[in-house]
Design a protein around this ligand. Structure first.
Ligand SMILES: [Zn+2]
Length: 428
């Protein structure tokens, strides 16, 4: 009988109040259309004081449904109502529970209650608000009111929808969102146009998560491009503070960031480029004790570290959690990338079996690194991550891609799983 998805929390509620004939229903119709256009599922409840039949053509609830409300309900002053599709009496709290599959419930005509309110005031009807300004979220009026809250013109439904989106919807319905908002359609238009991506592919990215370990030369392009592409939740781990010597390649950080934690500087830049996503930061180094716990929380892990120990720990944690791991390494003018899908191709340890003695390993601090070389390798890693999350294309599984920037040549070396690998040999 009902197809509503039940969530544990009820949807946010915005009520519109105003005296009769203030234009509530007309305004609400436009607001419903605007929110529907942005991809939200909208429920409405009409407050009524007397006998009020549900589906009489031209009546308020009928108009809500015509405007595109997914569920429509009536409620009486004593707190009882009727949900159209259930045809039984329910309390307002129960109505909201049945509307828990929708993104927002718009209540019309409720003058009491804890819900945020949009007040409608029109000069020819009323010169003062029905509610106290403290109770109001905004006023919609053609009067020059100074209430210290946002004021909109009667025609500005898009402005009210923006406010509702910002205050009540952002982050709330993302998990269950089945459609992109109007703004997201614009932001990700070039992604959406790509063959095989479309709006569903973009939704998939928005529901995905990636852990980027390292916020330096590789981590900068990786995190920038994953953030811009709309990977919904990005984790960033790095224990270091920004140093002057980092700025030549670590483009997440600016001169003014010297001395700040890299993850803090990075979070600022990533949120600026895409406020649509969530950025979680871990200001510590990956070690044996914390790798598994971090890896567990993400769909994919991108290695942007500058040391072999961290790679070993990450590789091990990814193998045991069954999470994909994208290795990237750079030094001087060369770089390499490999994508590890546990059990389906070689892991990092299949190829680099033993941890070499510390002095045998050269670092970028000793031999240098051209910033753009780290940029290219990081971009390849970001591309692999997006392809994996979309489930598209051929990944660098069992193919170690190496680049020599001086000769500008790329080589692909076939690498195989080692059945005796201490990390992934047991996967068979
Ligand atoms: Zn292995």
């Amino acid at each position: 009988m009902t197809s509503y998805r039940l969530k544990t929390t009820p949807p946010p509620v915005v009520s519109l109040v105003g005296c009769s004939n203030s234009g509530k229903t007309t305004f609400l119709e436009k607001l419903i259309r605007e929110l529907k256009f942005r991809g939200y599922l909208v429920g409405t409840v009409k407050h009524h004081r007397g006998v009020f039949a549900f589906d009489i053509e031209g009546k308020d609830t009928w108009r809500h449904a015509q405007a595109g409300a997914d569920t429509v309900a009536l409620a009486t002053p004593t707190g009882f109502g009727l949900v159209k599709k259930l045809e039984q009496e329910l309390s307002l709290a129960e109505i909201l529970e049945y509307m828990s599959g929708v993104d927002i419930v718009l209540l019309e005509g409720f003058k009491k209650g804890p819900q945020p309110k949009i007040e409608l005031v029109r000069s020819e009807i009323s010169g003062s608000p029905v509610c106290s300004p403290e109770e109001l979220t905004a006023v919609v009026s053609d009067l020059p009111l100074e209430l210290g809250i946002p004021r909109f013109a009667l025609t500005d439904t898009a402005g009210v929808a923006d406010l509702i989106e910002e205050r009540f919807l952002k982050g709330f319905g993302d998990v269950n969102r089945q459609a992109l908002s109007h703004q997201q359609k614009k932001r990700y238009h070039r992604n959406i146009m790509l063959p095989g991506v479309g709006e569903q592919g973009q939704l998939k990215l928005l529901k995905s998560s990636a852990l980027v370990v390292g916020a330096g030369g590789l981590g900068s392009p990786v995190a920038y491009y994953l953030a811009a592409a709309g990977i919904g939740r990005l984790g960033l781990a790095d224990a270091d503070a920004v140093d002057f010597s980092n700025l030549q390649r670590q483009i997440l950080h600016a001169t003014a960031d010297v001395g700040r934690l890299k993850v803090e500087s990075a979070r600022e830049k990533l949120s600026a480029i895409n406020p649509d996503i969530q950025v979680e930061v871990y200001p510590y180094r990956i070690c044996q004790d914390n790798a598994a716990e971090l890896v567990r929380q993400y769909d994919i892990v991108v290695d942007a570290t500058d040391n072999l120990e961290s790679r070993y720990y990450l590789n091990r944690a990814c193998i045991s959690a069954g999470k994909p791991f994208i290795y990237g390494g750079v030094l001087s003018m060369v770089g390499q990338v490999l994508t590890v899908l546990p059990g389906r191709g070689p892991c990092f340890r299949c190829i680099f079996r033993e941890l070499p003695a510390a002095k045998a390993v050269k670092s970028t601090a000793e031999v240098g690194i051209l910033g753009s070389v780290a940029g290219i390798i990081g971009c390849i890693q970001a591309t692999e991550a997006v392809k994996f999350l979309l489930g598209q294309g051929d990944l660098l599984v069992g193919r170690l891609l190496t680049m020599d920037a001086l000769s500008m040549t790329f080589q692909e070396v076939e690498v195989k799983r080692d059945p005796a690998c201490p990390e992934c040999g047991h996967l068979g």
